[in-house]
Design a protein. Structure first.
Length: 131
């Protein structure tokens, strides 16, 4: 039964991937998944499933970012999305793998923020952008 589910999800990944995905997002996710695969010793099927889960919840987060709602409400909704993502990942990963995955994501996020802040000039604006 589990193999059937995994095979079905792989099929959905291969056939249902939206053509509107940004190449940059895919590249970032692929780089992240290389780390995940290496550290968690996952096979290609598990990586394909995890990628689909990440893309799904990433789309939800992007939609939430574009909503005009108070920041506190957004923060709560982001937390809810993260909890749902973790539950879905735990269907395919062990508890230890989920914990390690969360740590990798945390490191990735802090590195991303570090790079974003270093690309700002002394006025707090990103380089190359005008107001």
């Amino acid at each position: 039964m589990k193999n059937f589910i995994l095979t079905s999800l792989l099929f959905l990944l291969l056939t249902g991937k939206s053509f509107t995905q940004q190449q940059n997002t895919d590249k970032i996710i692929d780089q992240l998944l290389e780390k995940v695969q290496e550290k968690l010793k996952l096979d290609n099927l598990q990586i394909a499933i995890i990628k689909e889960i990440i893309l799904k919840f990433n789309q939800e987060k992007n939609n939430l970012r574009n909503k005009d709602i108070p920041i506190d409400e957004k923060r709560i909704q982001f937390q809810e999305i993260n909890i749902r993502q973790e539950k879905e990942l735990s269907k395919f990963l062990t508890e230890e793998q989920v914990t390690a995955f969360k740590q990798i994501m945390k490191e990735h996020k802090s590195g991303f923020r570090k790079n974003a802040s270093s690309s700002k000039n002394r006025n707090g604006l990103r380089k190359g952008r005008r107001r």
